[in-house]
Write a protein that binds this ligand. Sequence first.
Ligand SMILES: *Cc1c(COP(=O)(O)O)cnc(C)c1O
Length: 391
Amino acid sequence: MISSVLPTYSRAPLSFVKGEGSWLTEADGRRFLDLGAGIAVNALGHAHPALVKALTEQAGALWHTSNLYQIPQQQELADKLVEHTFADTVFFTNSGTEACELAVKMARKHFHDKGQPERVEIITFSGSFHGRSSAGIAAAGSEKMTKGFGPLLPGFVHLEFGDHDALTAAITDRTCAVMVEPVQGEGGIRPLPDACLKGLRDLCDEHGILMILDEVQCGVGRTGRLFAYEWAGITPDIMMVAKGIGGGFPLGAVLATEDAASGMTAGTHGSTYGGNPLGCAVGCRVMDIVAAPDFLAEVQRKSALLRQKLEGLVAAHPDVFEGVRGSGMMIGLKCKIPPGDVVSAGYGTEVITVPAADNVVRLLPPLTISEDEISEAIDRLDRAAGTLAPA
Ligand SMILES: *Cc1c(COP(=O)(O)O)cnc(C)c1O
């Protein structure tokens, strides 16, 4: 008999009842060090006092009104995002998937309104992940995500990740945009080198097409800059954001330049919940904390320390690990054994990690993780790896 919850997830036999900072308490009382942060969502750890205060104060005042009316918290968060990024304008969603939906619509509408309605194709890359909606799975294009769900939304051109020559050849007068994650998350923490992002930007400019970045996982301080594109010294035209931006509250956003967003006039898009007072009250505090220069400098310092210690861990377990990759607090441990085995062994030593594709275990700790907790994490991962037999 089917379970009362639709069985689309294979869940670990753990149920957490409380979170505090980098720690999760299981129903049986065990305390786990959380290096997954709810898949890069709890950017400031669990129960951050400033976020709890923002949420509870807003909850006592007003939860929801809909976008039929002014929402001051939404205005404030949009202003903050515009101040700190390339963007001129922001639309709020409840998730990364919805951000993907709007990014696709916005790019197509941009060219439609400029008299080039034939420009509908969006180029995407293997190993990418853009959400689970019909547009999201069509964008990523992998068989794993799309099989059985056809007909798929047309208009996506899939290329091999990192194949620059194929990219140049694939741009035609039907192309409207390129969509890419600066650091692939689900695909196995694969960073696009800065030179590639720069080259991609140049190519988009040369052909007059839009650059859409999916920073749903790598944004909001995760790589040690507020957004990962900053490392390459470029700016996108459209950017998808979610996960960390709500610090645990379901919140996403599409950021865009005025020109890219020019087709999105009143009535062309909407959301009942998107940008509601609760989510935006929390998002404002997340931005205040993460966008502070000292905070990001600390993320960079601590992630260098974590990276260095992980190199030692890999060297100590050459039968289990092959190497470390990633950027900032978005780190992949490439494994020589199934990554699920490493994640499960971590449950035994009370440390939470997240599996990804390409034989990688993801570490996405809260950006607030302390030096002591980093040492503790290495100790727990070391003990977990020690329990694993060589392949
Ligand atoms: C998680 C993720 C999404 C989808 O976000 P949801 O909030 O799960 O809808 C899209 N793109 C990337 C890069 C992601 O990591």
